[in-house]
Design a protein around this ligand. Structure first.
Ligand SMILES: Cc1cc2nc3c(=O)[nH]c(=O)nc-3n(C[C@H](O)[C@H](O)[C@H](O)COP(=O)(O)O)c2cc1C
Ligand code: SF4
Ligand code: SF4
Length: 273
């Protein structure tokens, strides 16, 4: 069996889970190719799925779904009836309906989804004052990733494997989810910027930006293209890129969900079969 492991990871959580899944499958002598679709140029490549028996897709949760650019990329694929599995990393706020909505897309593209999983990861907006799921993924999350790899592989090789069960639809319809996706742009007052500071002009921010939104020379992001993934902020070696402080919004979310950061941290990674 030959597998493709395709994932998007702006700040590394999803990549860490993908690595663990790959390690576990390699131990079983499964042949596995990796496609990291984070960079803009890699997403322009045509992916030929013909050599693969099955595919594993991994994405961060952005506003309760896979990121829009990932959803659009999935819509370019033809599954030709192949089995696939999905997994998501999220910052502990909300994960549903990521599994459900991505399954809908994959089934339309003629894939059969056999399993899914969710893993906790430090929230990207911790780079802007949040304190959600710090130090995750942790060893307990990686244990679940290994179990997910084993159980998914069993479903890939077993012709009569049970269909993936019902997934949570969440409370919002697609239109409301689109609105939510756009609403973050109202709270970001300052997209990643160097704010006039000097830097070593290494151009990492520009080269690694998944949407070509960052201009290293100007030290600022183009608002129309920036998806606020904060890859540039996380990876700037001089630590000079910033966005506005979002800590008040984190406190509001904790109040809305009647929770605390300590209670959030008790959440555990999960597998759906
Ligand atoms: C634009 C954006 C939206 C996000 N939306 C959610 C969300 O709806 N629920 C949640 O729990 N975490 C959310 N997160 C946090 C990420 O899902 C989480 O940090 C993820 O592990 C990041 O993966 P990566 O490090 O592979 O990029 C969001 C992050 C970003 C940048
Ligand atoms: S990554 Fe940081 S140091 Fe490098 S060019 Fe961008 S702002 Fe400057
Ligand atoms: S400019 Fe925007 S899209 Fe590009 S890496 Fe930075 S936050 Fe992400």
């Amino acid at each position: 069996m030959k597998l493709l492991l395709a994932y998007f990871s702006a700040t590394g959580n999803t990549a860490q889970i993908a690595n663990t899944v790959k390690e576990q499958l390699t131990e079983l002598n499964v042949e596995i190719d990796e496609f990291n679709m984070t960079s803009y140029s890699d997403r322009q490549k045509n992916i030929n799925l013909d050599p693969y028996d099955a595919v594993i897709f991994g994405f961060p949760v952005y506003d309760n779904r896979a990121p829009r650019l990932a959803r659009e990329w999935l819509q370019t694929l033809n599954g030709k009836g192949k089995k696939c599995a999905t997994f998501f990393t999220y910052g502990g706020i909300r994960v549903h309906p990521s599994h459900y909505s991505t399954r809908q897309i994959l089934e339309k593209q003629n894939f059969e989804v056999v399993s899914s999983a969710e893993f906790l990861g430090a929230h990207t907006f911790n780079l802007a004052g949040w304190e959600a799921m710090e130090n995750r993924p942790a060893p307990s999350d990686f244990d679940v990733a290994r179990e997910y790899a084993l159980k998914t592989y069993k479903k890939f090789i077993n012709k009569d494997s049970r269909r993936l069960g019902e997934l949570e639809k969440g409370m919002l319809n697609e239109e409301q989810l689109d609105e939510l996706e756009n609403s973050k742009f109202k709270i970001i007052k300052q997209f990643p910027t160097r704010d006039g500071k000097e830097c070593s002009m290494c151009r990492t921010c520009e080269e690694q930006c998944p949407t070509q939104a960052m201009n290293a020379e100007e030290g600022s992001a183009n608002k129309d293209d920036c998806i606020v993934c904060l890859r540039c902020v996380a990876n700037c070696p001089d630590k000079v890129l910033k966005i506005n402080d979002l800590s008040k919004i984190f406190k509001m979310l904790l109040q809305r969900d009647n929770t605390t950061k300590e209670l959030l941290a008790k959440k555990t990674s999960k597998i759906y079969l």
